[in-house]
Design a protein around this ligand. Structure first.
Ligand code: AMP
Ligand code: MN
Ligand code: MN
Ligand code: MN
Length: 287
């Protein structure tokens, strides 16, 4: 395992732990380098940075931007960003503004199938009201006893084609990558294995992404099987993309990997942290 994790969420978006607790948890598990990558929002970074100093952990400032690419929603992670960059801050603000209105439409869609009060219920579970999202609706439905767990809520209600799903226009790919670069960061295609696209579309996504300045792809992710990890490692090498690794941790006990450590990158990969300022070595155990 590598003592690093370049993808996780706090209460600033749809994670369950406040930034300082998230950092403490990662440090306690032996992590040395952690990127906080909340959805469309950098509000947790200051608190995370302070906690990281206390724990002697290298905090990489990050974000995960929601993007509409062709007919799909994809996620682009930005790593080693300056959150005070005006272009990035304005871009993220615009993306967030659509979320509350979308949540209203989700409430109306759920009311049609007899589920009432979902907006207020989800809001009550949301640490940052402008970041309301599907995870908060899912947790509300679990807490109200409607469904047994978050994964089941998504499968039955919240994914495309299900009654609580509403379409939404997120950021353009070129804009998201542009904001990340303006902020001095590296753009990364998040969890490519989650996009249910064939080889052809995958290549087109990578080409579009590179054409606008994207540089890396998540090779190691809790969303990936070992097979996918190797497939994306080869894709990264062939397309000359740097490789990233992250848990995409949201909450203890909500499935997926815990925060702080990730599987080693396959040797064919060039680590994205070699592109950080200053470049980082892969953190390994001290002797
Ligand atoms: P949103 O940005 O509001 O559409 O919410 C997207 C978030 O929902 C993702 O970042 C995940 O945290 C969560 N999510 C998406 N699909 C699933 C799923 N199938 N099971 C559990 N969580 C999911
Ligand atoms: Mn999420
Ligand atoms: Mn994501
Ligand atoms: Mn994520």
């Amino acid at each position: 395992m590598a003592k690093l994790d370049l993808h996780c969420h706090s209460t600033a978006s749809d994670g369950a732990l406040p930034p300082a607790e998230l950092v403490a948890r990662a440090a306690a598990r032996g992590s040395r380098m952690l990127a906080l990558t909340d959805h469309d929002c950098t509000a947790g970074l200051a608190e995370a940075g302070e906690a990281a100093r206390e724990h002697g952990l290298d905090l990489i400032r990050g974000v995960e931007i929601s993007v509409s690419w062709r007919t799909r929603t994809i996620h682009i992670v930005g790593l080693d960003i300056d959150p005070d960059c005006p272009a990035l801050a304005a871009g993220l603000r615009a993306v967030r503004e659509g979320r509350v209105e979308r949540a209203r439409r989700m409430e109306a869609a759920l009311a049609k199938i007899g589920i009432h009060g979902a907006f207020d219920g989800a809001m009550a579970l949301c640490g940052n009201p402008e970041m309301i999202g599907r995870t908060h609706f899912a947790r509300f439905l679990v807490e109200s006893g409607e469904v047994k767990n978050v994964a089941t809520v998504f499968r039955k209600y919240l994914v495309k084609g299900k009654p609580g799903y509403v379409p939404h226009q997120w950021a353009e790919l070129a804009d998201a990558v542009g904001w990340i670069r303006a902020a001095g960061g590296v753009a990364v295609i998040a969890h490519p294995g989650r996009y249910d696209i064939g080889r052809q579309l995958q290549e087109e996504l990578v080409q579009d992404f590179k054409a606008v300045g994207g540089e890396a792809i998540e090779v190691v992710s809790a969303s990936h099987t070992l097979d996918q990890t190797h497939k994306f490692a080869l894709l990264a090498a062939r397309m000359e993309l740097l490789a990233s690794a992250g848990s995409d941790f949201h909450a203890p006990g909500e499935g997926g990997r815990d925060v702080g450590l990730t599987q080693d990158l396959p040797p064919v990969c060039v680590p994205v942290w070699s592109r950080f300022t200053p470049p980082r070595a892969t953190p390994v155990a001290a002797n």
